[in-house]
Each structure stands twice: as C-alpha cells, then as structure tokens.
Design a protein around this ligand. Sequence first.
Ligand SMILES: [Zn+2]
Length: 106
Amino acid sequence: MKIIVNGKEAGTKQKGCALCGGTWGDYYEEIDGEKLFFCCDICALEFINMVNEVKKRSNWSRIDELIINGNYYTGRTCSAKNGNREYKFYVKFNDDAGIETFKELS
Ligand SMILES: [Zn+2]
C-alpha cells in the first residue's frame, strides 16, 4: 500500500508513521500482508479501524493507495484508491482510537 501523509510518503521507520507521519516510536503492524511502521499502538489501531471501515463501505478487499491529510484534532480528509477506483472520506477518531466521525465525500 502506498501511503501519503500530509504530502509525504509514509509507512516505514525512515519515512514516518503511516497515520500521522511521526518518526519517533517503534511499532509495526501487518496490514494486507505488508508490515507498516507506526509511531505507537494508538496510531496503528486508528489506521486499522479506518482501513476496515473503508473496505466495508467500498466492498474492496484491499487498498492500493491511501492519501491522508490532517491530524487528530482537525480530523483527516483522505482518499483511498483501488486500481482506478477512488473513495474519498473524512474521518475523526475518539480518545480510544475508535471512529468518532466518518463521512463519505464526493
Ligand atoms: Zn503516528
């Protein structure tokens, strides 16, 4: 999965956390058979919840590319791609890494 967080490629220790872009921490989670880097377990859980919600709503089995813009406080405006299909959404998490708001965007 190709991941862009606030304009920069992310998902590895060198590039930064797959959700927030932070380069501190040392947490890995396997998603769709790929080991992704996260700064902490909260970001990893938020990312998993978000990916699962997108897959559920879009009926996709995997996501090829994910573009994330925003942060915890403002919420995140995202675009997921699967082949030439695109799914745009807005997501905001709560204090327990759960989804507080999820909106499909056109
Ligand atoms: Zn993070």
